[in-house]
Structure formats: structure tokens, C-alpha cells
Design a binder for this molecule. Sequence first.
Ligand SMILES: Nc1ncnc2c1ncn2[C@@H]1O[C@H](COP(=O)(O)OP(=O)(O)O)[C@@H](O)[C@H]1O
Ligand SMILES: [Mg+2]
Length: 257
Amino acid sequence: MTLTGGEVGARGARENAVPAVVAKGLTKSYGRGDATVHALRGVDVSFATGAFTAIMGPSGSGKSTLMHCLAGLDTVSGGQVHIGDVELTGLGDKRLTLLRRERIGFIFQAFNLLPTLTAEQNIRLPLDIAGRQADQDLFDRVVETVGLRERLGHRPTELSGGQQQRVAVARALISKPQVIFADEPTGNLDSRSGAEVLSFLRTSVRELGQTIVMVTHDPVAASYADRVVFLRDGLLVSEIHRPTPQSVLDTLMKLEA
Ligand SMILES: Nc1ncnc2c1ncn2[C@@H]1O[C@H](COP(=O)(O)OP(=O)(O)O)[C@@H](O)[C@H]1O
Ligand SMILES: [Mg+2]
């Protein structure tokens, strides 16, 4: 089944722009011989620029594998991945590292902040590593958006889990990546902090035109997205637009049946 970018819910999104991410015929197997696991069996999917997409599916359906292959964190067994106009699957290690640094942002379930750095230093770290200057207007907007103005001088241990994940969201936004991949970004948060982080992701799509692809198993989290795609046994089997928690749940129930 081929799934295309579909409608773009974000105001101001460029509907006809090149998709931020395209995967064609993506396969990924682990192991050899009798022990081979076919985690992805031929996934065709594209993610529109300026849209927020959630990836869902039962445990073991290939969500993390798909995200890792799309983000160049794992090699593919077959097929292609394009990030904008660059084929990621054709790159050697050096150029792949550069592409990840310059075009891709990550948000993980564990916040992955450096404990000795302040919130502000953590936010600026990817730009410092790349030798780039932060656009001060963008820095101010991002800090306002995620509500961290009063916390910039704090170290991670002095922040709540929700605040730490907001720092991680700000860090991903500040380098204006072509796409942000998030794997269960609210998995370690209580529902109130989770809702805050999800609204900031939603706002960054609407206000900054950010493209976001988020893996989640939570129908409420998925309902913040413009579109939800569903995996089962390593294949994309369904998608819905303008999801609600109920429509996501209904689709999941059908998949598990
Ligand atoms: N490093 C690995 N080695 C072997 N099998 C793996 C590895 N990573 C994932 N798998 C297998 O691939 C399938 C998909 O896993 P995964 O992408 O983690 O699913 P999900 O994130 O949807 O729970 C599962 O059967 C899993 O056991
Ligand atoms: Mg997973």
C-alpha cells in the first residue's frame, strides 16, 4: 500500500513543497537464516513539509525501526530514504553524520541532556557543535514558545521531567532542521507535562512551519498530529487525517483484530 503526504493541516505550510522525507520500498531485516526477523517489509511513505505526523502500531510492528532508518541512525536492508533532495541511503558515514547534524533533529523518551550544562547551553549545543550562530530571534521565539525564559540558567537536575523535555524540544527546534524525529517523547512524563510538550510540538508546526514525525503508542498523543500512519508486521496498513483520540483508538482496534 502506498501512502502519500496527504493534506497539510498547518496554516502557512507549503502544500506543493518537496516532501521533507520520502521512503520507497524500505526493508529492514535483523539476523540471518532461520533467525531472520523482517522488521520492515517494504514501506512506501512520505511526510509533507510543515506537517505533524504520528506513527502508530502494535508493539513489535516496526515503529522504532522505521524511525531509525528514516533518520539514518540505522542502515536499511533495501529501498531508499530521501531527506528533502538528498538520498540518505546513498551516503557514506561522514556525509551521513553531516546530514543528520544539519537537517535532522531528535527528541527521545530519555531527554538526553548534558548534566553539566545549563538549559541555555544544552539548547545551543547542536549549533555550537556545528560552528553555527543561533539566530537570536528564533532563540527568543523558541524559548518563549516552550516557556523556559525563567529556567535558562538551571541545570537538568534542577528541572522537572516536563521542563527537561521542553529543553530537549527547544534544542531540536533551534537549528531549524528539515525534520524532527521524536520516539515516544512523552513516554516518561505525567499526562499534564506530556500535554504541555505535545502542545509545544503542535505550536512549532503551526508557528515555525516545523516538520515533525513522532512515534507513539498513545492515542491522545497521536491526536495532536495532522495525520497518523499505522504499521502492522512491518507494513504501513492504514492512515487517518485530523485524528481524534477516538478515531485513533478505533483504527488501532481494527488493526489488532
Ligand atoms: N536489533 C535488533 N535485533 C533483532 N531484532 C530486532 C532488533 N530491533 C528490533 N528487532 C525486531 O524487529 C521487530 C520490530 O521492532 P521495533 O521496530 O522495535 O518495533 P516497535 O517499535 O513497533 O515496537 C520486532 O520483531 C523486534 O523484535
Ligand atoms: Mg519501539
